[in-house]
Ligand binder design. Structure first.
Ligand SMILES: Nc1ncnc2c1ncn2[C@@H]1O[C@H](COP(=O)(O)OP(=O)(O)O)[C@@H](O)[C@H]1O
Ligand SMILES: [Mg+2]
Length: 257
């Protein structure tokens, strides 16, 4: 079995001539947490959408687990175990936290609606949903309406519904965006926990968040790979510091480790 689970070659995305992702060669090793970071506008989300097949590439190929997935649809790659975290909007706001996870589990089994009639199956989904809530630290919120969850906890619910799909590899786009320090720390710990036995590609703006979490970090700037390595290496790389400085206030604590 190859050490690489996800591999892109010359991955490129142009929007009417504007190159948002430029000739990216990315290799994610199996069982690792890989960070894809960079300043705003670097092309992280575009890259994320290419990898999860929400956007077709202009050029380049994507291989996942030994097969070429470049031409596949999102649902097909999800069935192969490559799953992106759902957006908040995919959470049903009027269902309870527990029901949201149960629905995700039922949807994963797909097809037949016979499950509505099967008490046994329903109970199995319920038990599994409670386990997943336990895994993401939401047990105490099980019966709360999803829309009433505190902001910092919504990401945990999103991750629980993603885990319901039993991913081999998980892609997360800025799971800590807009969060307070306390919530950020909790989500970082959560990502570490759900990464066990899986591969995670974490798209993140903030260098600080990937510190201590990612085995390998790829830094994007203006659509292209600027640097790659562990946190210690990329955080003191002058090109990386300059890229962050050039566009906005730098993540100072991060740059100084
Ligand atoms: N659908 C689109 N059409 C045109 N330009 C886009 C589109 N999506 C993203 N871009 C541009 O591509 C660049 C990279 O965007 P994005 O991938 O969202 O960066 P990041 O997630 O790193 O902040 C930005 O300059 C953005 O304006
Ligand atoms: Mg983005």
């Amino acid at each position: 079995m190859s050490d690489a689970i996800l591999e892109t070659t010359g991955l490129t995305k142009e929007f009417r001539g504007f190159v948002a992702v430029n000739d990216v060669n990315l290799t994610v090793r199996r069982g690792t947490i890989h960070g894809l970071i960079g300043p705003n506008g670097a092309g992280k989300t575009t890259c994320f959408n290419l990898l999860t097949k929400f956007l077709p590439p202009t050029r380049g190929t994507i291989r996942y687990d030994g097969r070429d997935i470049t031409g596949m649809k999102p649902a097909e790659v999800a069935r192969l175990g490559l799953v992106r975290s759902f957006q908040i909007s995919a959470v049903f706001p009027h269902l309870s936290v527990l029901e949201n996870v149960r629905v995700a589990l039922q949807r994963e089994r797909g097809g037949s609606f016979d499950f509505w009639r099967s008490e046994t199956l329903l109970r199995r989904y319920e038990d599994r949903a409670r386990e997943l809530l336990e895994d993401v630290g939401l047990s105490a919120y099980a019966n709360l309406q999803a829309s009433d969850l505190p902001y910092g906890r919504k990401r945990a619910l999103e991750i629980a519904t993603t885990l319901a799909l039993d991913p081999v590899m998980l892609l997360l786009d800025e799971p800590t965006a807009g969060m307070t320090h306390e919530d950020v720390d909790r989500v970082v710990a959560l990502v570490k926990r759900v990464a066990q036995g899986r591969t995670v590609l974490l798209v993140e703006h903030n260098l600080k968040v990937v510190q201590g979490l990612c085995d390998t970090i790829t830094v994007l700037a203006r659509g292209a790979v600027l640097a790659e390595g562990d946190y210690a290496a990329v955080s003191r790389n002058p090109d990386v510091i300059a890229a962050y400085l050039g566009t906005e206030a730098p993540p100072v604590e991060a740059a100084h480790g």
